[in-house]
Design a protein around this ligand. Structure first.
Ligand SMILES: Cc1ncc(COP(=O)(O)O)c(C=O)c1O
Length: 404
């Protein structure tokens, strides 16, 4: 008889955003006259930048001619894109990442979720709490979570690294050493960042203990302060212990186009095996490459014109972040984030749980946030708002919350 992967049955509830979607749809169906403003899901709203759009058009036209038509992309990505990434994101910023250490993919949700496959299921993992849910869920599916304790909202084999207002939402080094450590900075959902010195401590810890750091830098383009590292490879020694994920989704509005990349220096090893080899093998076997036209669009992100257009978009979103953070602070809410990340992390008032406050905002202000508890137990008593709405809606949402 066919058996299922029982690890899937250990996952509590449905994926966070489906749960939110259900609640919002039910509310809208019952109150069709209300205008609901969504500042919940982290999806961009600005259109593709003109320079990127024109690269897309050109690439589409190339596909229509025999001489320029392209079929399967190279497993690890086209050289034109890997070269420009290596140069612009790393080498010109003083980091020694080579083009062939970059793996192009159709976005990093898959990479963050799949990377665990190249590691033994005996490894222990550590995650920030709260954090993007994909790291825990993908490891639970693979059997690394242990049992779920609903009262603690935790898996007993996962090492949770509390990120609280007391530690500035930056985790402390764990006493029990994990094998795999997921770090996400700028952080989703708290919007917190690590300084280079803080990140260096993690790199040193990983090298000292033989752990591997899985560093998700999906929001690095939103960093506005000078002392904040954009890449883990700014730290010395990261080349022997760290894998980094980067996405074009929030950097350049590619949530619908789909493009990302993973960096695995050839010097990162476990049990003497280069992780690069394992990931290349996996990529070659299970993945057939991001589309040519999208990789050309990605290349255009690095042109002078493309870069300028994208920076303007990011600045515009961060204008929204400032409106939200300032507005909520004025109204007396405790707020963090929104300076180096498009996320604003607000403490729920009156010790309401994050789902209670979510319901209250939905029903009384018709504003959708994301309950902090959905990102981990230490997200309880917080709500995440995003800066990705349009300006008019963002201002209106803040005014409605202020009027509560
Ligand atoms: C921290 C983090 N990593 C990765 C992703 C996924 O990005 P992509 O669209 O490239 O799959 C997201 C998307 O919300 C994210 O918040």
């Amino acid at each position: 008889m066919t058996k299922v992967n029982k690890n899937y049955l250990k996952l509590p509830g449905s994926y966070l955003f489906s749960q939110i979607g259900k609640k919002v749809r039910a509310y809208e169906a019952a109150h069709p006259e209300k205008k609901v403003i969504r500042l919940g899901i982290g999806d961009v709203t600005q259109p593709i930048a003109p320079k990127v759009l024109s690269a897309l058009h050109t690439a589409v036209d190339e596909m229509g001619h025999e001489e320029t038509f392209r079929g399967y992309a190279p497993d690890l990505g086209y050289a034109f894109l890997r070269d420009v990434i290596a140069r612009k994101d790393f080498q010109e910023r003083g980091m020694a990442v080579a083009a062939d250490e970059i793996f192009i993919s159709d976005g990093v949700k898959c990479d963050c979720g799949n990377i665990q496959e190249i590691f033994s299921t005996e490894n222990t993992i550590a995650v920030q709490d709260p954090v993007y849910p994909v790291y825990v869920d993908s490891n639970v599916m693979a059997g690394r979570g242990g049992q779920y304790d609903p009262s603690l909202q935790r898996f007993d084999q996962v090492i949770y690294l509390p990120c609280t207002r007391e530690n500035g939402f930056v985790p402390e080094l764990p006493a029990r050493v994990p094998d795999l450590i997921y770090l996400c900075f700028p952080n989703n959902p708290t919007g917190a960042v690590m300084t280079k010195d803080q990140l260096q401590e993690w790199v040193d810890y990983a090298n000292r203990n033989g752990s591997v750091l899985l560093y998700d830098a999906a929001y690095e383009a939103y960093i506005s302060q000078p002392d904040i590292p954009h890449s883990i490879y700014e730290c010395s020694g990261a080349g022997t212990c760290a894998i980094e994920f980067r996405s074009f989704s929030k950097t350049a509005g590619f949530t619908g186009l789909r493009l990302g990349y993973t960096v695995i220096p050839k010097t990162v090893k476990a049990e003497g095996v280069a992780l690069w080899d394992l990931w290349a093998r996996r990529h070659g076997t299970k993945y057939n490459g991001a589309p040519y036209i999208i990789q050309r669009a990605g290349e255009a992100v690095y042109s002078a014109e493309g870069r300028k257009q994208i920076q303007d978009q990011i600045a515009w979103y961060m204008g929204n972040a400032k409106i939200i953070a300032d507005g909520l602070r004025e109204a007396g809410y405790e707020v963090s984030g929104g300076v180096n990340a498009p996320y604003i992390w607000m403490r729920t008032p009156g010790h309401r749980t994050s789902w209670e406050f979510f319901d209250e905002l939905l029903e009384q202000a018709n504003v959708v946030g994301t309950p902090g508890a959905g990102f981990g137990p230490h997200g309880e008593y917080y709500l995440r708002l995003t800066a990705f709405g349009n300006r008019e809606n963002t201002i209106e949402a803040v005014n409605r919350i202020k009027a509560l």
